[in-house]
Design a protein around this ligand. Structure first.
Ligand SMILES: CC(C)(COP(=O)(O)OP(=O)(O)OC[C@H]1O[C@@H](n2cnc3c(N)ncnc32)[C@H](O)[C@@H]1OP(=O)(O)O)[C@@H](O)C(=O)NCCC(=O)NCCS
Length: 206
């Protein structure tokens, strides 16, 4: 079980019309906030770089079209692709991952920053708080978000329903239902500082 990961610096993106299809450009034009525009474009650039490597398709033949859950739909030459993929962005960076080995994949990147205790208490169940400090809490955050992306739910769930304890995810309530629906795969979390000052987690299932 493996995935390929690509990070891109949002200050070094190609022009949108070089990499986006007409349908993607039409959607891009509807995004009004500069931060959202550059993150959206950066995630697509990172993903298209990876997909080009495995499919030999051209930039504009690889399309990420709006999906109903927030996760885009990947089409290659007009056909829905079975390739597993995930996108994340944070503070000047975007990253994408693809896997040909597993349908279950989620990634998350977050800048390591100080966040107030009340945030940690709201977001994490007490059983997850097996450590302290900004790097620990940021790592935990990336684990939880990578897992909810793998599930496909995003954080429409109660954040206590996915608990990441010592690098392993556990599911409760609506998250357990979502996990069961996808066939209860065995999930591995790989967490580290791929970019200095940022925590990154890849969640892969099999
Ligand atoms: C999916 C989710 C977890 C995104 O998290 P995020 O940290 O805001 O954003 P990221 O940059 O890491 O990821 C965004 C990408 O996730 C993907 N995504 C969105 N919804 C998704 C879903 N349901 N399943 C899988 N992937 C999804 C998209 O590709 C999106 O990028 P795009 O819109 O440019 O295509 C979102 O459901 C969410 O709930 N965000 C709120 C974050 C939050 O409140 N965190 C609490 C910390 S205090």
């Amino acid at each position: 079980m493996s995935c390929q990961i690509k990070e891109v610096d949002l200050n070094s993106l190609p022009p949108a019309d070089e990499i986006l299809s007409e349908r993607e450009q039409a959607f891009f034009q509807t995004l009004r906030f500069p931060k959202r525009r550059v993150e959206w474009l950066g995630g697509r650039f990172a993903l298209k770089e990876l997909v080009r490597g495995v499919s030999q398709a051209a930039w504009k033949e690889i399309e990420l079209l709006p999906g109903s859950t927030g996760k885009p739909i990947l089409q290659i030459r007009g056909e829905k692709s079975p390739l597993a993929f995930s996108i994340t962005h944070s503070s000047g960076w975007a990253a994408a991952a693809v896997s040909e080995d597993t349908p279950f994949l989620g990634i998350d990147l977050e800048k390591i920053e100080h966040r107030i205790d009340a945030w940690a208490k709201d977001f994490f169940h007490p059983s997850e708080l097996t450590g302290t400090g900004d790097a620990f809490l940021t790592a935990l955050w990336t684990q939880k978000e990578a897992v909810v992306k793998l599930l496909g739910t995003g954080l429409s769930l109660n954040s206590y329903d996915v608990r990441c304890i010592n690098g392993k995810p556990f599911f409760f309530g609506a998250a357990l239902e979502a996990y069961t629906r996808i066939g209860s795969p065995s999930i591995t979390l790989q967490t580290g500082e791929r970019i200095p000052g940022f925590m990154f987690t890849a969640a892969c299932g099999q």
